[in-house]
Design a protein around this ligand. Structure first.
Ligand SMILES: Cc1cc2nc3c(=O)[nH]c(=O)nc-3n(C[C@H](O)[C@H](O)[C@H](O)COP(=O)(O)OP(=O)(O)OC[C@H]3O[C@@H](n4cnc5c(N)ncnc54)[C@H](O)[C@@H]3O)c2cc1C
Length: 419
């Protein structure tokens, strides 16, 4: 890693593109920008390798983007799809053939993010780590400069990929709309002799110690025989009005206890939790010469909390947009064109899960009865972020049957809008 001392940095330092945040979104943007021939700076406040609270799962959608970046991740382990369990039933959903790559994988973010950052450096991006970007200086809604420690940075374009906490983008006016569905989630690692199991597993009937069904789902994502571990975690959906009243870490202990006999799990380690803005529920995501990508733009699937693929995709889209155009309206338009409908549908379905009464009634129907046989494979694909046009239509119809209309919701839902 390159860590420059203040005296080694030109003041001001000038670049074509400056990218703030070197998670998967920022590092992928740096690869695309450097490959396109732009003088590129990639800045992260942390030093790599660094951990990031995550389920570490990569679906074929993410693999497709990684292939474009020439990254082969955890080559000895491949997943085939998702198994969904609960309420006395189980559904197996192999990854559909939507993408040329039809397998997924998983790798702890400690290693995965380091791999992508390293590829950015090799592609020719200048990398500064260990000091955060601060103090954006604005002229209208154009960023003129910002600081990294003592250094003043100037760039024609700035791509902000500073993640869920998004301290830099808050200063640019980015606002998280917590009335919309957001996630709370916790993950941990445990050893298992079944770490080579080729299916991701998700449990939608999550019970606490008293046997009460909690509004969330658990996951076990194997990491391959070589690592000999699984990522085990759980997530729940919330809104400001109906916050999920669960203690994620305590519930995770209990979930691991329940799964231990089948998976022969060792003790759970490195337990960490985080909040997740989802489904584009943020406003002010672009200015004249800057754009937010990845988690900073809430590009996370509301039904499964998956965001690495969107981070990688928005990185590619942002670099394609670089040019003389003003990004203020162009960038949210691009996000809406690519993800608007899918995110609104998923948010709508996810909202149902924030009603404590919903799962205990709908769960058995969905996982056992004839309705389940039709709906659940589609729902499993939704959770795996691999929705086909037919699935989209099926979920849309199911939602309309449930008495609402997505259209009504769509009219006032914040979706990367500008204040
Ligand atoms: C419990 C949990 C489980 C999840 N499971 C999955 C999963 O299985 N699969 C999946 O695809 N997604 C999953 N996600 C979502 C996924 O983790 C995120 O969508 C993904 O990390 C987004 O990448 P990013 O690059 O936008 O942000 P991040 O990975 O958060 O990276 C942001 C970077 O910006 C840096 N930064 C922040 N502020 C500054 C600053 N001012 N200056 C410089 N650097 C800064 C940070 O240090 C960090 O390195 C999960 C999330 C959670 C919380």
């Amino acid at each position: 890693m390159i860590v420059l001392m203040p005296e080694q940095i030109d003041n001001p330092s000038t670049f074509d593109v400056a990218i703030i945040g070197a998670g998967p979104a920022g590092a992928a943007a740096a690869i695309h920008a450097a490959r396109a021939g732009y003088e590129t700076l990639l800045v992260d406040g942390a030093r790599f390798p660094r951990d990031k609270t995550c389920g570490d799962g990569l679906t074929p959608r993410a693999m497709h983007q990684l292939e474009k970046l020439d990254l082969d991740v955890n080559p000895k382990y491949r997943s085939l799809g998702l198994k969904l369990h609960g309420f006395g039933g189980s559904v197996t959903a192999p990854w559909p053939q939507t993408y040329p790559v039809q397998t997924g994988t998983a790798l702890p973010r400690l290693h995965f993010d380091n791999l992508v950052v390293d590829a950015a450096r090799q592609a020719g991006a200048t990398l500064w780590t260990g000091t955060p970007a601060t103090a954006p200086e604005l002229s209208g809604n154009r960023i003129v400069s910002f600081r990294v420690g003592e250094a003043e940075v100037r760039a024609r374009w700035i791509i902000v990929a500073d993640g869920v906490r998004s301290t830099f983008s808050k200063q640019l006016g980015r606002t998280w709309q917590k009335d919309e569905v957001y996630g709370i989630a916790a993950r941990s690692y445990a050893t298992s002799p079944h770490a080579g199991e080729p299916w991701l597993h998700s449990h939608v009937e999550l019970q606490d110690e008293k046997g009460t069904v909690q509004p969330g789902y658990g996951w076990i994502f194997p990491l391959g025989e070589e690592l000999g571990q699984v990522n085990i975690g759980l997530g729940a959906l919330s809104t400001a009005r109906r916050p999920a009243k669960i203690n994620t870490k305590k519930l995770l202990e209990h979930y691991a206890e329940q799964q231990r006999p089948e998976w022969k799990l060792g003790p759970i380690e490195h337990v960490a939790s985080a909040l997740l803005p989802m489904g584009g529920a943020v406003t002010n995501v672009a200015g004249a010469n800057w754009m937010l990508i990845g988690d900073a733009a809430a590009c996370v699937n509301p039904l499964n909390g998956e965001g690495i693929d969107y981070g990688l995709e928005t990185a590619a889209l942002a670099v394609e947009l670089l040019g003389p155009k003003d990004f203020t309206l162009a960038w949210p338009d691009i996000l809406r064109a690519h993800y608007g409908q899918a995110f609104l549908l998923a948010r709508t379905a996810a909202r149902l899960l924030t009603y404590p009464q919903f799962l205990p009634v709908a769960g058995p129907l969905a996982l056992r009865g004839p309705v389940g046989r039709i709906l659940m494979p589609a729902a499993a694909r939704l959770m795996g972020n691999l929705v086909t046009e037919e699935d989209r239509d099926l979920i849309a119809r199911a939602w309309r049957m449930a008495g609402g209309t997505v259209g009504r919701l769509r009219s006032h839902s914040p979706l990367w809008s500008t204040d």
